[in-house]
Design a binder for this molecule. Structure first.
Ligand code: OXD
Ligand code: MN
Length: 586
């Protein structure tokens, strides 16, 4: 296989001249080649091959200790005008960024191999899909991209001689934190990432392309790239309705996407199908509905807390051909472990840093952001529509965050425009584990704060504009699985039980479920939520559905303050929404 595309060749020559690798290897996507790379990575210690009987085809990798998460403060949108990046993104001019990173890339692959990965976000050849080429000096990146995206010869063939691909350059360089940069050039279809080896910073198809660059393309071309899971609920007659849901990182998207219905629904014949756990690309279909595809081909999930109860489907997905990053290595049987997997931490083990670890020490063995990378096809509840190039029609869009008091379990917006308002005011409160300060509100509109590749004010305008163009738009809802009582206990059981709120949502979409009018939107009456077998009392449900006007008045003040950042980029529709909201609150 060789590269024939003239644009790819010209760019590759330039990047080779810049980074000066010893050799260049084109990734063709074959198992033979991937196996060779796995063997090389094992030989150098970059990856550890795990127990072939218990975890066939699985590997363990440890990142550098200073390189364990996405680095939002070092992530830049390098549009020509600063205003196009907006007040919620870091900005650098393209000239400055190319110059600064150019120095860091200069000769960075000397003594190393450059791997060329042609990949497709979405099914190869689907009208929804987009192509990228990532150049990287990391085998770990190649093997992760091979799980998370569709790679290889078929992609180059699809691209033909078109110049339409996203150019991604990644070099580990010295993994120097002070010189770590993740830069996006939306006007050039280009991503440059240097001095990191951590997933979200280096698998350039994921957050960098499928959200930051794609959101910019979506605005230009009239579609959406969103930080949303996609799931289908099949009723006993076999009809499936699809939902997209946006939550900030670490709110359980992967768990919701793969949920197991509670007994009360299971025995009636309901099933849940996972289409995606992190990213949705949405377009208006010929039938006037909004259709979604998952552009990814695998799951890059947080390991801690994943267990047989919280997410049996994810656990089954990581039982073969998976890559584990920064988890505990059980030396007795060459397997892996993480906090929350079970109550039996291995006694003879290494922690995520590769140091001898004593579970009784009180120190965590796995990094809190340790991950698994697993092929989507491993998932037992993967939707039969996963490979459908047209995607699935969306009945409802859900926004959600982690709120102790403000948001009720579930509510419905009054209209598309009000729904955009509800998405724009999304927020999460920090947990003790995350920051030391509890209850600090972080606004995270549509869960896109770290992922929107352009001005968030323009992004809201795009949402409003799209609403006018979708003949049969999905209904928009908000959920909160994290409501607390006065003692700080979370009062909703979450996990599979979340289906009870989803069922009300689908009932509303079909105009079958009841609701009451409140200043924030339509809420279910307690009798509209199925409680059988949930362990939740009617009294608790009432508490979950209370709307405290005082809390929302101070919320409204916080929203105004946040909106002010956007100056005249704030769409007038949203200014009118906050005005009307305050009036409803009195
Ligand atoms: C992720 C994230 O890794 O949102 O999906 O941080
Ligand atoms: Mn995510």
């Amino acid at each position: 296989m060789e590269i024939l595309n003239t644009s790819v060749l010209a760019w590759l020559e330039k990047m080779k001249a810049l980074t000066q690798p010893d050799s260049v290897v084109l990734i063709d996507g074959s198992e033979v080649q991937l196996d060779e790379l796995r063997a090389q990575a094992v030989a150098t210690g970059e990856m550890i091959r795990l127990n072939e009987e218990k975890l066939p085809g699985c590997y363990l990798h440890r990142t550098a200790v200073n390189d364990v998460a996405r680095v939002e403060h070092r992530t830049f949108i390098c549009s020509r005008s600063k205003e196009d990046a907006g007040p919620t993104n870091n900005w650098m001019s393209p000239e400055d960024a190319y110059a600064k990173l150019g120095k860091l890339f200069d000769g960075s692959m000397r003594g190393r191999v450059m791997y060329v990965i042609p990949y497709s976000m979405g099914i190869v050849g689907s009208p929804f899909s987009k192509i990228g080429v990532e150049l990287t000096d990391s085998i770990y990146v190649v093997l992760n991209m091979a799980i998370m995206t569709r790679i290889g010869a078929q992609v180059l063939e699809q691209l033909g001689d078109e110049p339409d691909f996203v150019k991604g350059l990644h070099a580990k360089a010295q993994l120097d934190e002070e010189n770590r940069y993740i830069c996006h050039f939306p006007e050039d279809n280009t991503i440059w990432s240097v001095n990191s080896g951590y997933g979200g910073n280096v698998m350039l198809g994921k957050k960098c392309f499928a959200l930051r660059i794609a959101s910019h393309l979506g605005r230009k071309e009239g579609w959406f790239a969103e930080h949303m899971l996609i799931l289908g609920i099949e009723d006993p007659k076999g009809d499936v309705r699809y939902i997209c849901a946006a939550f900030p990182s670490a709110c359980g998207k992967t768990n919701l996407a793969m949920l197991i219905p509670p007994e009360v629904y299971r025995k009636k014949g309901y099933r849940v199908w996972c289409v995606g756990d992190d990213i949705a690309w949405l377009r208006i279909g010929p039938d006037g509905r909004l259709w979604a595809v998952n552009p990814e081909n695998g799951f890059f999930g947080v390991a801690p807390g994943t267990n047989a109860k919280s997410n049996p489907n994810a656990l089954a997905s990581v039982s073969r051909n998976a890559i584990f990053t920064n988890v505990v290595h059980n030396l007795d049987d060459n397997t892996v472990w993480w906090e929350g997997l079970d109550k039996n931490p291995p006694q003879n083990a290494l922690n995520w840093k590769g140091e001898k670890w004593d579970p009784a020490s009180g120190e965590k063995g796995a990094h809190p952001n340790s991950r698994f990378t697993a092929p989507a096809k491993n998932c037992q509840c993967l939707s039969p529509e996963f490979e459908n190039p047209q995607g699935v029609p969306i009945s409802a869009i859900i926004f959600g965050g982690r709120r102790a008091k403000a948001a009720p379990l579930v509510y419905q917006s009054f209209s598309w425009e009000h729904g955009v308002f509800v998405g724009s005011i999304m927020a999460s409160e920090t947990t003790a584990a995350a920051s030391g300060k509890v209850g600090v509100v972080r606004r995270d509109p549509m869960a896109m704060l770290p992922f929107c590749g352009y001005n968030m004010g323009d992004y809201w305008a795009h949402w409003l504009e799209m609403g006018k163009k979708i003949p049969s738009p999905p209904k928009i809802f908000n959920v909160n699985w994290f409501r607390q009582d006065d003692d700080g206990n979370i009062i909703w059981p979450g996990y599979g039980e979340n289906m009870r709120a989803l069922m009300w949502i689908l009932g509303r979409c079909e105009e079958k479920a009841g609701a009451q009018l409140t200043p924030i939107g339509f809420e279910p009456l307690p009798e509209d939520i199925e409680l059988e077998g949930s362990g939740v009392s009617r009294e608790t449900l009432e508490a979950l559905l209370t709307v405290d006007f005082d809390v929302w008045r101070s919320e409204a003040a916080g929203i105004r303050e946040f909106y002010q950042k956007f100056g005249d980029k704030l769409p007038k529709e949203l200014a009118a929404q906050i005005e009307a909201f305050e009036k409803r609150l009195g």
